[in-house]
Design a protein around this ligand. Structure first.
Ligand code: F6P
Length: 308
């Protein structure tokens, strides 16, 4: 996508990374700063999510000063992030709007998951010009087929499973349960199954009875599996339950690996760096065209935007 930057008038853009961080947020910030540096735009970054807007706590994101920080490959967020407890408090949202107005911020760009983007929509309804950027390892934001950070999280899961498989194949006959992050969304656990790394994925979206699970596992061993890898979404809160249940029901050793927050950190994959750049370009394009209240997205195989 080539952006015509010849007609961009001075603008001040504020960026917020909200909710759980994800790999690719920094790469997005770097690309947006680069686009701004080619125009008459100032980019500032609020510290700690929406709290930064509330406290008017921000840093300049001048491309020349941040370009040497290797941001493209760093996980987390240099702006820090946070879950803002006042997302549903209309008075607080009005306060944020007033702060943005006072600081002369023309546009607010918010990276985050569903809750963070709903707050962005509220600010839009209050008259702030906004763009939302779906950014969460959970890949569960309505309106987009892909959220920034998901690919890195899947690859983390595959790496953990690959490592387990070395020992699993050396000591056959066991069952391995790998718990993934994702909140109540089973997308990460399911992706590991879809990509052939897990034999079974236990996810809230596809409930299975204990009897069905036992039948499935027995079939897999009967068909020649030397060991079994099961991914389980953390939101089910049944990792320990299944480990004890399967141990008793099948008389097999069952081992648990909980990936935890290691899943959310680390260098973004090449794909997430690519998506970060495309999302930044789409964001800047919306700002340039003065189209507010949208979320950039990846849908049906292409980058674009949809209503927040
Ligand atoms: O940002 C999404 C996510 O990483 C979920 O996958 C996970 O359940 C949750 O955040 C953990 O949040 P926190 O780090 O605030 O406990």
């Amino acid at each position: 996508m080539i952006i015509d930057i010849s007609e961009v008038n001075f603008m001040k853009i504020g960026v917020v990374t909200s909710g759980g961080d994800c790999p690719g947020m920094n790469a997005f910030i770097l690309e947006l700063a680069k686009l701004c540096s080619k125009t008459d735009c100032d980019l500032i970054g609020y510290i700690g999510g929406y709290k930064g807007v509330e406290e008017n706590n921000f840093i300049d994101l001048n491309f020349n000063s941040i370009s040497g920080m290797s941001l493209g490959k760093r996980g987390g967020s240099i702006l820090l992030t946070g879950r803002y407890e006042n997302l549903k408090d209309d008075k607080k949202m009005i306060y944020l709007k007033q702060n943005l107005n006072k600081s002369g911020v023309d546009w607010l760009v918010v990276l985050g998951g569903d809750g963070s983007l709903r707050a962005d929509k509220k600010l839009s309804d209050l008259g702030i010009k906004v763009v939302g950027v779906p950014a969460t390892i959970d890949n569960d934001v309505k309106g987009t087929d892909y959220t920034l950070g998901f690919d890195t999280a899947i690859n983390k899961t595959l790496k953990v499973i690959n490592d387990i498989e070395d020992t699993a194949s050396a000591m056959p006959g066991k069952i391995y349960i790998v718990e993934t992050l994702g909140g109540f969304s089973g997308n990460i656990a399911k992706a590991a199954f879809d990509q052939g790394a897990a034999d079974i994925a236990l996810i809230p979206e596809n409930p299975i009875s204990d009897d069905e699970l036992i039948k499935l596992i027995k079939e897999k061993f009967d068909r020649g599996n030397k060991y079994l890898i099961i991914t389980i979404c953390e939101g089910l809160e049944k990792t320990i339950y299944y480990s004890e249940f399967l141990k008793k029901a099948l008389n097999k050793k069952v081992h648990i690996t909980i990936i935890g927050h290691q899943q959310r950190g680390g260098n973004p994959t090449a794909y997430d760096r690519f998506v970060a750049k495309q999302f930044a370009k789409q964001t800047f394009d919306l700002i340039k065209k003065d189209i507010s209240g949208k979320m950039v997205c990846y849908i049906s195989g292409g980058f674009g935007n949809c209503d927040l």
